[in-house]
Ligand binder design. Structure first.
Ligand code: HEM
Length: 390
């Protein structure tokens, strides 16, 4: 990688700013063997897009998270291939659609307003702790019918479950224990719903039925866990990234403040510019020759969505944050069969939450020395995003 350190999934410096590294990969090593994680990295738009479409060659059945959590592979829609995936997706979607979107809009507004009441009395606050995660945890717990008393404990476990440790180059026993606790907690809730069904998402998942086909107990637990992890973490992370973009590009922020109807366009550009879902995993089912390298059957491959979105072959001036861009075909939510099930919900909730936020707090400054990034092979997001009101 020339004068740069080799690309790594376990480098705090690369997590803080992966984009120059992605560029070096795209230009010089488009099919790159990442030594420390033992994984091929595909970084060009076309390669990532093609691989995401070609599930028969790039399988999800051994998991889609790099450093996959034990027990997930094969048990939920993100970790299966068709035809099993089609079945899980249809069952999960029928439950999800009934319980999300419209139901959650008033609640989003409600939580946002309550948070903002408090933030407007403070000179400084943490956008993640005090705003984005309050909203996403509140929403997801309500949708899933989980007890509010467990908010902070579960959120802590979700964060640990999506994290990796740099020096261990993977998961530590602490991360694995957090995921196990999360799965056990959800499993107990699933059992409780079987005895006493309610109208929440867990009950709907347990009851979902298409042509006599239902989810197994394990599938209900793992699919619920996916919703909690994606809903709590991916969504709050993305919202925080969006707020950070608006901070970093004040001209864009001023335009969105002046005309809130620009918010959806700005969200779309942020999904391209720095999605929280930077990379997901596949396993090759056959040998593939690509850019002079051979990916062998059984090798692990990372689809670097975050890099594909910065490929100048697809998006001219890719490193410019341009809310007028309308980035058709960006991969912020992935592509193909595994395209994010929560994409519409994520867009709408972010839109509601950020419009409210900007209406009350149009000017804010980042205490940049206290910005910290998470540690994860898949996701990139701030864990602390301290803003000072101006
Ligand atoms: C802005 C926030 C979000 C981002 C950036 C995001 C991103 C992604 C990406 C890139 C994938 C593809 C994974 C792969 O190809 O292996 C995905 C899949 C998925 N996402 Fe999201 N997601 C977000 C929010 C959500 C929310 C709120 C939910 C639901 C509560 C959700 C549920 C799912 C599910 C269930 C899948 C698996 C779909 C399948 O395999 O068929 N996501 N997401």
């Amino acid at each position: 990688m020339g004068h740069m350190q080799p690309f790594s999934l376990y480098s705090p410096a690369i997590d803080a700013d992966p984009f120059p590294y992605y560029e070096a990969l795209r230009e010089n090593y488009p099919c790159y063997w990442c030594e420390d994680a033992g994984i091929w990295i595909l970084s060009r738009y076309q390669d990532v897009f093609d691989a995401a479409q070609d599930w028969a060659t790039y399988s999800s059945a051994q998991g889609n998270m790099i450093d996959e959590l034990p027990g997930r592979a094969g048990g939920t829609l993100g970790t299966t291939d068709p035809p099993r995936h089609d079945r899980l997706r249809a069952l999960a979607q029928s439950a999800f659609m009934r319980k999300t979107i419209a139901h959650l809009f008033p609640l989003t507004l409600d939580i946002a307003n309550r948070c903002l009441e408090r933030l407007c009395t403070q000179a400084e606050f943490d956008f993640v702790e005090d705003y984005s995660s309050q909203i996403t945890v509140g929403l997801l717990f309500k949708a899933m019918g989980l007890p509010p008393r467990d908010h902070s404990d579960i959120r802590r476990k979700v964060i640990l479950a999506v994290s990796t440790d740099k020096s261990a180059k993977g998961r530590t026993p602490e991360h694995l224990a957090a995921f196990k606790d999360l799965a056990d907690f959800i499993s107990a809730e699933v059992t409780a719903r079987r005895e006493k069904p309610t109208d929440d998402l867990i009950t709907l998942l347990a009851q979902a039925e298409i042509d006599g086909d239902r989810l197994t107990e394990r599938e209900v637990v793992l699919t619920s866990a996916t919703f909690v992890m994606a809903g709590v973490e991916s969504l709050s992370s993305f919202m925080s990234m969006f707020a950070l973009n608006l901070h970093d590009y004040p001209q864009a922020r001023r335009r969105v403040v002046a005309d809130p109807d620009l918010c959806p366009m700005a969200i779309e550009e942020s999904l391209r510019f720095n999605t929280s879902a930077q990379r997901f995993k596949r396993v090759a089912t056959r040998d593939v020759d690509l850019h002079g390298k051979t990916i062998r059957a059984g090798d692990t491959v990372a689809l670097a969505f975050g890099s594909a979105n910065r490929d100048g072959r697809k998006f001219p001036n890719p490193d410019v944050y341009d809310i007028d861009r309308r980035p058709q075909g960006h991969l912020g939510f992935g592509a193909g069969k595994h395209f994010c099930l929560g994409s519409q919900m994520a867009r709408e909730i972010t839109d509601i939450a950020m419009r409210r936020f900007l209406a009350r707090i149009p000017d804010f400054r980042l205490a940049v020395e206290r910005l910290t990034w998470n540690s994860s092979s898949n996701f990139r997001s701030p864990v602390a995003l301290p803003f000072i009101r101006e």
